[in-house]
Design a protein around this ligand. Structure first.
Ligand SMILES: Cc1cc2nc3c(=O)[nH]c(=O)nc-3n(C[C@H](O)[C@H](O)[C@H](O)COP(=O)(O)OP(=O)(O)OC[C@H]3O[C@@H](n4cnc5c(N)ncnc54)[C@H](O)[C@@H]3O)c2cc1C
Length: 451
């Protein structure tokens, strides 16, 4: 079924679709391709034009090969420009180099991409299948009484849709319009640079090196280009003014290994700032006809280098859920959301374990904040701090949920008692460790104090 124009009382023509996807990154395009396979053909994608130059995120994990195949993209991908990735190398926890070779893993080699070419592959495939990608931005959306979404775009006319997919990346623009909180677990940012002129020291391993305030990343890319990035908290980027190239180089000089990858002949092509936090929507979708995919649903620390593969997997899983939703099985959306949430919780545990292996700078706020897991003693007596003027943010849990935890501490009580009371009240919607982490956040930010 293709789009069906319908007249409105305003005299304008509204196009109507079964599914409208906002965002034509990997997640949005993968969802569209997978929906086609499910027999859903009335699809529109609305997306802002992509950046020119270079896009951050170019290490593709070996397991992506199978996903590309499932999406019908493997053959086309193999004709594009990439380098085979031999694995990763890191100096993490000590100055010693540790290699993790793909050859020893199940899925074979990985890839070092020209990321815009890679994203373009998805875009072109979607268009070649007859799906329109409108070069536009979503401005607002509302649900109409006849159970259709009405979408207003920046330049194009209004659009109606039965189902809407948020594929807008970390901005999660659709969810934001629906007032769904985005829960952040850190404030990681990257100063991302691209250079021409790889030195002889480059190998086909992506390279990560931890430093006192964060970590550095380097990867050799096609056409003699390489990516070099500093990952740290936003406050550190501001403090050291890392977006100035001289300060960027000075920061790099403090590393043991990464500094040698940048030579006098390396030519800077692009420098940009990227948000790289670990974050997730408080709700990934609803039976009322929407869900989120890719980074919009849950965004992982780029250290995991799994975001692109996850965007493809989300697209495949989401298309299953959407197809079931159209077949009057609305609970499929809840199952999809649960799957995304469970995977994210598992990622959080791995993230903690990985950051905890770096013990050289335990005093550094960057490492300290990532090495705290459930640091609240269960017997610790706490009370709400009535005098704080700090504003609650959506950290660990939504600010609404944090607010209801706070009310449990209107009188003095031990932490473990509050966890039980909260879990009984909400029916265990989160694992215990997350509630304890939330209490840790409330203590660290002066909302709770020792009684
Ligand atoms: C610094 C950094 C390094 C990374 N490195 C890696 C890596 O090495 N390997 C890896 O696998 N992953 C990496 N990632 C993660 C990976 O890039 C993402 O997981 C992946 O791009 C997610 O794809 P997506 O389609 O969900 O979102 P995106 O790629 O962000 O695409 C979102 C799309 O939505 C559009 N859009 C946004 N808002 C609107 C709106 N209101 N209206 C219309 N369109 C809109 C945007 O223009 C864009 O086209 C990295 C991420 C960062 C930040």
């Amino acid at each position: 079924m293709r789009s069906m124009p319908t007249a409105t009382n305003m005299g304008r023509v509204i196009n109507r679709y079964q599914v409208v996807i906002i965002g034509a990154g990997v997640a949005g395009c993968a969802t569209a391709l997978a929906l086609l396979k499910q027999g859903i053909r009335s699809i529109l994608i609305v997306s802002r034009p992509e950046t020119t130059g270079f896009k951050a995120g170019e290490t593709l994990q070996p397991l992506a090969t199978g996903l590309l195949d499932e999406l019908g993209l493997l053959e086309d991908f193999q004709k594009t420009l990439y380098l085979t990735g031999h694995g990763s190398c890191s100096a993490w926890g000590s100055d010693e180099l540790v290699f993790n070779d793909n050859i020893l893993r199940l899925h074979g080699h990985g890839y070092a991409l020209d990321r815009l070419t890679f994203d373009r592959l998805f875009f072109d495939k979607v268009e070649s299948k007859g799906i329109t990608i409108l070069n536009d931005s979503l401005v607002s959306l509302e649900k109409h009484p006849e159970d259709q979404w009405l979408l207003q775009l920046k330049t194009g006319g209004p659009i109606k849709s039965s189902f809407i997919v948020d594929a807008t990346g970390r901005q999660s623009y659709v969810a934001r319009q629906l007032h769904v909180p985005r829960i952040q677990f850190d404030d990681l940012h990257a100063v991302y640079t691209f250079w021409r002129g790889q030195s002889a020291k480059f190998s086909r391993h992506s390279f990560v090196e931890s430093v006192e305030n964060g970590w550095c990343y380097t990867a050799a890319l096609p056409n003699d280009i390489f990516a070099l990035a500093i990952f740290t908290d936003k406050s550190t980027i501001k403090q050291y003014q890392l977006k100035e190239i001289t300060n960027f180089r000075a920061f790099l000089e403090k590393t043991q290994h990464s500094k040698h990858l940048l030579t006098q002949t390396s030519e800077l092509i692009q420098m940009s700032l990227a948000v790289a936090n670990s974050s997730m929507l408080d709700r990934i979708g609803s039976n009322h006809g929407w869900l989120a995919v890719g980074d919009a649903a849950s965004a992982y620390d780029p250290l995991s280098a799994i975001g692109i593969a996850k965007a493809m997997a989300d697209g495949l899983n989401a298309s299953d859920a959407i197809s079931q939703w159209f077949n009057n099985k609305p609970k499929a959306i809840e199952s999809y959301a649960q799957q995304v949430q469970t995977a994210f919780n598992e990622f959080l545990k791995q993230r903690y374990r990985h950051y905890s292996t770096e013990r050289r700078w335990t005093h550094s706020p960057f490492w300290k904040s990532r090495q705290e897991w459930t640091s609240v003693h269960p017997e610790r007596n706490l009370i709400r701090n009535q005098h704080t003027s700090n504003r609650l943010r959506d950290r660990v849990l939504s600010s609404l949920e944090l607010q209801s935890i706070l009310t449990l501490f209107n009188d003095v009580r031990p932490a473990h008692e509050a966890v039980r009371a909260y879990q009984n009240h909400t029916g265990n919607t989160h694992p215990d460790w997350k509630i304890i982490q939330a209490i840790g956040y409330l203590i660290n930010n002066d909302f709770l104090i020792a009684a």
